[in-house]
Design a protein around this ligand. Structure first.
Ligand SMILES: C[S@@+](CC[C@H](N)C(=O)[O-])C[C@H]1O[C@@H](n2cnc3c(N)ncnc32)[C@H](O)[C@@H]1O
Length: 414
C-alpha cells in the first residue's frame, strides 16, 4: 500500500527522541576535546548539527534552506563587494559600529545596509549592540580575509547558478551521470562556450577571487609534505639525484604556488630544484614565492618538458576533470617519469565506501555541477590509475587522518 505523510509532520520537531542521546554524546565529546584535536572537534560539530536538525521542524529547515541561507549569501557577497567587512575590521574588531556610519563610508543606502545586517545578525554572524549597531563575530571578521570572503563572490556570485539549475541540465541530458567536460551544468546555466568554469570566472573578471578561494579552502588542512602525512625525507630525499640540474618536485597546475612554497618552508635544504607549472595567465599572477622556485608556464595536456623529476605532484587537479581528460593528463606525466626513480604524487579526496564526510560529498557535487567531474573513491582511483592502460601503479594511499578528506596517492611506473 502506498504511504503518505500528514502535513502536521512539517511543523513538529524533526526527531525529538534523539535529543537526549545527542546532548549526552555532545557532553562526552566536549569533555574529551583538547586544544588542536581536530578529529574530536569534527565529531562534536556533526553531533551539534544533528541536535539542531532534530529540534527544527521540517518547515523551519525548508525556510532556512530556501530563504535564510540565500539571504545570508546575498548580504555576505554584497559586503565583500563594497569592502564592508574589511572596513569593519579596520574600524576595530571589537568596536560597536553603527549602520549609518558604515553606509556612508561604503556608499550604500543606510536602509538597505540595515536590512542586510539585521539578517546577518539574526543568522548569528553579528552581535547586536543596539538598534542598527553591531559588533563583529569571528566569522564576520574572517570575511575581511580574501581567502574567505572571495569564495562567496566567485563560487556564488560568479557560478552559483550551476547547482541551482542543475535539475534543468539533467532534464536535457536525461538524468545521466555528467562526464562531458565540454558540456556541464555551468555551460548551460551561463550560456557560455568557454572551456570550463575557471575560464568563465576569468572572463567575468573573477580570476583573482577564484585563486583566493583556492588558497582558502585548504586552510586548516595538513599539507601533503607534513611528516605525519608523507615522510618526505625518507621517500623523496633519500636516493634523490643531487646534481644541480636535477628536479626534485614539479607542482603540476600548482596555481599560485601555495603548496610548493610551503614545501620550501618545511624543507629549506632539500636537494634538487622545485618547479611550479600552471597556465601562462596564472603564472603571470604568481607573487611572493621563495625566489629559488622556478616558474614555468605549461599546459598539462601538452608534453611534460621536465623529464625524470623525483616527483610530479598534483593537488586538486584530477577532481576537476572526468576520467577521459585525467587519462590524458596522467599519460603526459607517465611519459616523463623515469622508471624506478620518479614518483607521481596525487593529493586528493579519497571517499570511503561508507560514512563519507560532508566536505568530500560537497566537493563531489561542486565538481559535478561546475565541471562534470568528481571526487573519487579508492576503487575509482585504482580503476583510473591502474585500469586505464597508463602503465602506472599505486604504491600507497597515505592518509592525512583528518576525517580522510585528502590522501596522498603515491604512484610509480608499473
Ligand atoms: C583547483 S585549482 C588547483 C590549484 C593548486 N594545485 C592548488 O591546490 O591550489 C586547478 C588549477 O588547474 C589549472 N589548470 C587548468 N587547466 C590547466 C591546463 N590545461 N594546464 C595547466 N594547468 C591548468 C588552473 O589554472 C588552476 O590553477
Amino acid at each position: 500500500m502506498s504511504q503518505t505523510v500528514d502535513l502536521s509532520l512539517a511543523t513538529r520537531a524533526s526527531d525529538p527522541d534523539a535529543v537526549p542521546g545527542l546532548i549526552k554524546d555532545i557532553n562526552n565529546l566536549h569533555s574529551s576535546l583538547k586544544e588542536g584535536d581536530e578529529e574530536t572537534r569534527h565529531k562534536l560539530a556533526i553531533k551539534a548539527r544533528s541536535l539542531l536538525q532534530s529540534l527544527l521542524t521540517p518547515r523551519e529547515q525548508m525556510l532556512q534552506h530556501t530563504w535564510a541561507d540565500p539571504g545570508l549569501d546575498a548580504a555576505i557577497i554584497t559586503g565583500v563587494d563594497v569592502g564592508l567587512w574589511k572596513l569593519m575590521v579596520k574600524n576595530g574588531v571589537d568596536t560597536p559600529q553603527k549602520v549609518e556610519d558604515l553606509a556612508k563610508s561604503v556608499g550604500m543606502d543606510p536602509v538597505l545596509l540595515g536590512r542586510l545586517l539585521r539578517h546577518v545578525c539574526a543568522m548569528g554572524h553579528l552581535e547586536e549592540v543596539a538598534q542598527d549597531e553591531y559588533k563583529l563575530t569571528n566569522f564576520a571578521k574572517s570575511l575581511s580575509l580574501d581567502v574567505i570572503g572571495d569564495g562567496y563572490v566567485a563560487l556564488l556570485g560568479g557560478i552559483g547558478r550551476s547547482p541551482i539549475e542543475f535539475f534543468k541540465f539533467l532534464r536535457e541530458t536525461k538524468w545521466q551521470n555528467p562526464i562531458d567536460a565540454a558540456h556541464t551544468a555551468m555551460h548551460a546555466s551561463y550560456n557560455t562556450d568557454l572551456p570550463n568554469c575557471f575560464e568563465y570566472l576569468r572572463s567575468i573578471g573573477m580570476g583573482p577571487q577564484t585563486n583566493h578561494h583556492m588558497g582558502g579552502y585548504r586552510q586548516g588542512r595538513l599539507p601533503w609534505m607534513h611528516p605525519t602525512v608523507y615522510p618526505v625525507e625518507k621517500t623523496l630525499f633519500a636516493d634523490a639525484d643531487t646534481s644541480p640540474d636535477a628536479t626534485l618536485v614539479v607542482d603540476v597546475a600548482g596555481g599560485l604556488g601555495h603548496d610548493i612554497n610551503e614545501f620550501k618552508k618545511y624543507y629549506p635544504n632539500h636537494p634538487g630544484k622545485l618547479i611550479l607549472q600552471d597556465l601562462p595567465v596564472v603564472i603571470a599572477d604568481v607573487k611572493g614565492l621563495d625566489t629559488s622556485i622556478q616558474l614555468m608556464p605549461h599546459d598539462f595536456l601538452a608534453e611534460q618538458p621536465i623529464k625524470g623529476a623525483r616527483a610530479y605532484f598534483m593537488h586538486s587537479i584530477l577532481h576537476d576533470w572526468p576520467d577521459d581528460v585525467c587519462i590524458k593528463i596522467l599519460s603526459r606525466l607517465a611519459d616523463a617519469m623515469k622508471p624506478g626513480y620518479s614518483k607521481l604524487l596525487i593529493f586528493e579526496c579519497v571517499i570511503p565506501r561508507t560514512g563519507a564526510y560532508w566536505e568530500a560529498t560537497a566537493g563531489d557535487i561542486l565538481m559535478m555541477t561546475q565541471l562534470s567531474a568528481l571526487e573519487r573513491t579508492e576503487d575509482h582511483w585504482r580503476q583510473l590509475i591502474e585500469g586505464s592502460g597508463l602503465k602506472l601503479k599505486i604504491t600507497k594511499f597515505w592518509s592525512s587522518g583528518q576525517s580522510d578528506i585528502e590522501n596522498l596517492i603515491e604512484c610509480e611506473l608499473a
